[in-house]
Structure formats: structure tokens, C-alpha cells
Design a protein around this ligand. Structure first.
Ligand code: PBG
Length: 324
């Protein structure tokens, strides 16, 4: 006799398929990255990221209202800094009236309940395009962590709910946590880019912010894509130092890491589906080689299935539109 179990029974029609579906995507899953520029009336498309834009603060307002009305509850802010404001120490990063600080206030003005996260790293502010202070071709660790702590305080003062250090300096979560506590920002959270790889998938993002490293690469601080245990070690350390949410970045090539962490840690895990992942699908879809929406849904579902509690993604709006 044929086996009593037939797995296809639970795939017979839509109703039963949706009843047994294990991974469900909702607007609550997403963090929306936003790129911001100086000026007014600017909404410029990023060449290597079709249908993704840099906004000036006035148009940022409209975009944030739209996101909020769609049920998207969280944004992650990045600023593009003019060359004349860049230096080795990222001085502009702690300007209380800097673009980031004004952007935070702008978002809170139009959508007070929007959860505002901010990128904390020196690269958009650095004349070298590196995430930290440079000395004799080296990226200084502890000196950079000090600046990141000041930057975090400045973001908290402007009204950020959570800072997101993306720099991969050692010990920076502790520096930032202690600085926030000292300044009374007990409820300002930290989402640590804890397992961030030295990936070639960040290319389009560096176009978006004009932040490509001026010399060398980021391999002395970001992780080697060949490594797995190291991701656990990095992440456990960041949790010990006070990270509220940890992150794996990029997404799709690193889902084994996501699952390892899911089995190991008890804080929420976010995954950054990065610019290169976005660009690949947009390009293939433009050529008619892949079905954009179907592949996009499959990808975000796979990221969540692997163990992500949150997904930072340029597809957030497209996904939520599709959910209807
Ligand atoms: C820099 C930073 C990068 C990204 C987020 N923060 C690029 C880098 O490390 O060079 C990449 C995001 C993306 O590619 O979408 N601190």
C-alpha cells in the first residue's frame, strides 16, 4: 500500500495552504532605510537603485507620511554629506543642527509615533570614506568609538528612538550604552550591526551616499564572508555590551548565520537586505528575466524563515503594497 502520509494533502488549495503557512510577512517586519540630502524640492533617483531616492527634508515629510499611512512603523536614516563638510574625524556628525539631526526632527514632526533609527558610523562624514578615524592608513578603534558615542548622544538629543552603529569597531556598543546612560537617555535603544561582513553587495549604497572608501577596503573592521563562528562571537559580545537588537548584514548570502544566531541568542535579530541585493533583482526584472514581485516575496519570506525578526529593506514599500 502507498504510505499513509501524503504531504500534498496540505497543499491542495489556497485555504489549506494559507492555514499551514509557517512564515507570514507583515508591515511590522520592516525597517525602511531613507537617504536624505540638503536642499529643497529634491527627490533624486539613485542610479544603481532604480525607484529608490534621496530626499530633501521637505519631500522627506511626504514620504514619511506615506510610509506611516501604509503601516510601516520604522525608518533608518542615512544622510549624504557635501564634500566640504567632510573631515577625518567626522566633525559634522555631531553638529546639533546637522542634516541628520534635522532629519530626525522632521520625521518626528510629521509622524510622532514613527520609530526613528539612525545610522551611526563615520563614513558619510569622513573625507576618507572610512567608518572610523584614519591615522597612517589605519582605522583607529577606540578614538572612533568615542566619536560614535558623541554621535549617538547627538541623535538621541534630536529625538532618535534607537541608534544603529554600522561601523564594526570593537567595544563601541559599550561606549555608546554608557554615554547614553550618562546623559539620561535610558530608553534610547541600540541596534548593533553585530555581524556585518566586508561585502561587495554595498556598492549601490556607496553610490547613494557618495561614501566609497578613498583608499583600501573595509576588511580590517568588517567581517570575512568566509567566517561563521566569528559572527556568533561578535554578536554575543555586542549583547553583553548592551545591544537591544542585533543584525546580520547582508541578507540572502548570510541566512546560515541568521539561523545560527536565532538558535543562540534571545534578543530580536534584524537582517539588512542590502543595496546590492535590491539592485540585482531590479536589474533582472528590468530585463524581464525574473518576476520582480514573486522573487521579492520569496526573498523576504526566506529571510524571515531563517530567523529574522526584522528586515531592513529597500523593498519594504513594494512588499507592503503587494500585501494589500
Ligand atoms: C556604512 C554602511 C554601509 C551600509 C550601511 N551602513 C556601507 C558600508 O559599510 O560600506 C550598506 C547598506 C547597503 O548596502 O544597503 N557604515
Amino acid at each position: 500500500m502507498y504510505p499513509l502520509r501524503r504531504n500534498r494533502r496540505l497543499r491542495t488549495n489556497n485555504a489549506i495552504r494559507s492555514m499551514v503557512q509557517e512564515t507570514i510577512i507583515s508591515p511590522n517586519d520592516f525597517i525602511v532605510p531613507l537617504f536624505i540630502v540638503e536642499g529643497t524640492g529634491i527627490k533624486e533617483e539613485i542610479a544603481s537603485m532604480p525607484d529608490y531616492y534621496r530626499y530633501s527634508l521637505d519631500l522627506l515629510k511626504e514620504e514619511v507620511k506615506t510610509l506611516w499611512s501604509m503601516g510601516l512603523k520604522s525608518v533608518l536614516l542615512f544622510v549624504k554629506v557635501p564634500d566640504n563638510l567632510k573631515d577625518n574625524k567626522g566633525t559634522e556628525a555631531i553638529n546639533a543642527n546637522g542634516l541628520m539631526q534635522r532629519a530626525i526632527k522632521t520625521v518626528k514632526d510629521v509622524a510622532p509615533d514613527m520609530y526613528v533609527m539612525t545610522d551611526v558610523a563615520l563614513d558619510p562624514f569622513s573625507s576618507y570614506g572610512h567608518d572610523g578615524i584614519v591615522e597612517n592608513g589605519e582605522i583607529l578603534n577606540d578614538e572612533t568609538a568615542e566619536v560614535l558615542a558623541q554621535m549617538s548622544i547627538s541623535h538621541a538629543q534630536a529625538g532618535a528612538d534607537m541608534v544603529a552603529p554600522s561601523d564594526m569597531m570593537d567595544g563601541r556598543i559599550l561606549y555608546i550604552r554608557e554615554a547614553l546612560e550618562e546623559e539620561g537617555f535610558k530608553n534610547t535603544g541600540i541596534m548593533s550591526y553585530s555581524a556585518k561582513y566586508a561585502s561587495a553587495f554595498y556598492g549601490p549604497f556607496r553610490d547613494a551616499l557618495d561614501s566609497a572608501p578613498g583608499f583600501g577596503d573595509k576588511k580590517t573592521y568588517q567581517m570575512d564572508p568566509a567566517n561563521r563562528s566569528e559572527a556568533i562571537r561578535e554578536t554575543l559580545m555586542d549583547i553583553d555590551e548592551g545591544a537591544d537588537i542585533v543584525m546580520v548584514k547582508p541578507g540572502l548570502c548570510y541566512l546560515d548565520i541568521v539561523r545560527d544566531l536565532k538558535n543562540e541568542v534571545e534578543v530580536p535579530i534584524s537582517v539588512y537586505q542590502v543595496s546590492g541585493e535590491y539592485a540585482m533583482l531590479k536589474a533582472a526584472a528590468e530585463k524581464g528575466w525574473l518576476n520582480h514581485d514573486a522573487v521579492m516575496m520569496e526573498q523576504v519570506t526566506a529571510i524571515k524563515r531563517a530567523g529574522a525578526d526584522l528586515i531592513a529593506s529597500y523593498f519594504a514599500k513594494d512588499v507592503v503594497k503587494l500585501l494589500g
